[in-house]
Design a protein around this ligand. Structure first.
Ligand code: 6GU
Length: 224
């Protein structure tokens, strides 16, 4: 899969070069590039933002540099993603859908947002989504993009060694994960649940499922 990000802070994507996603980039399972829209400005200050029409606080990202960056990257098979707290919620189902695409472009806003015409223009060229990572506000689309890229990339075959570890995990089956334990069997007066030491795989599977249901009911009743 090819993934591009358009951002005035391309260094914020450096975290993708570590761990399993970093390895997938090294192995060319994923090709990632960050493009700075300042490259498409023509004034000495390399201006990418301006005050909002109609007044109000903050600055809005100008359409021309982002539009030119899109022109450079997007074709009709691309999916363009605008991370935004005003977008639809990005969830595991969205991650799964996007993991089957050939090319994703993340367009990162800073300041108060992006001129709406950039999003409308993108939609005339390619499938275009506005996606939020949750009900809180962060300062820009970069870290939200990193979160989405990690959630999507790990579903690409070969990125995670053991495909079972994908299936078993939280949310893939609509429940949160069961608790995990390792050695020692007793620590600080706290014991590993007996059943996990029993070697009875049917009982272990049953206990884990029960734990998943209990934890989901307690922590995430909205999933039930
Ligand atoms: Cl995608 N961007 C920003 N700035 N804040 C968010 C978000 C995205 N998702 C939740 N909060």
């Amino acid at each position: 899969m090819k993934i591009d990000a358009i951002s005035v802070f391309p260094e914020m994507f450096d975290s993708l070069n570590h761990s399993l996603i970093g390895k997938a980039i090294d192995n060319q399972l994923i090709e990632f590039q960050a493009l700075n829209p300042r490259e498409f400005t023509t004034d000495v200050h390399k201006t990418v933002d301006d005050s909002p029409y109609g007044g109000g606080a903050g600055m809005v990202m100008k359409p021309e540099p982002l539009g030119q960056a899109l022109d450079k990257l997007v074709d009709d098979r691309t999916v363009v993603i605008f991370p935004s707290p005003a977008g639809k919620l990005f969830d595991q189902a969205t991650a799964t859908k996007l993991s089957n695409k050939k090319h994703l472009v993340f367009v990162c806003g800073r300041y108060e947002g992006i001129d709406q015409r950039v999003i409308d223009y993108s939609a005339t060229k390619a499938e275009t989504l506005e996606l939020s990572i949750g009900d809180y506000v962060i300062n820009g689309g970069e870290m939200a993009s990193v979160v989405m890229i990690e959630a999507i990339s790990r579903l690409i075959p070969g990125v995670i060694g053991n495909s079972e570890s994908l299936v078993e995990e939280s949310h893939q089956d609509g429940l949160v994960e069961y608790p995990s334990y390792t050695k020692p069997a007793s620590w600080n007066g706290l014991d590993v649940p007996e059943v996990l030491l029993s070697g009875n795989h049917a009982e272990i599977a049953k206990w884990r499922r029960q734990q998943q249901v209990e934890r989901t009911e307690k922590n995430r009743p909205d999933l039930i």
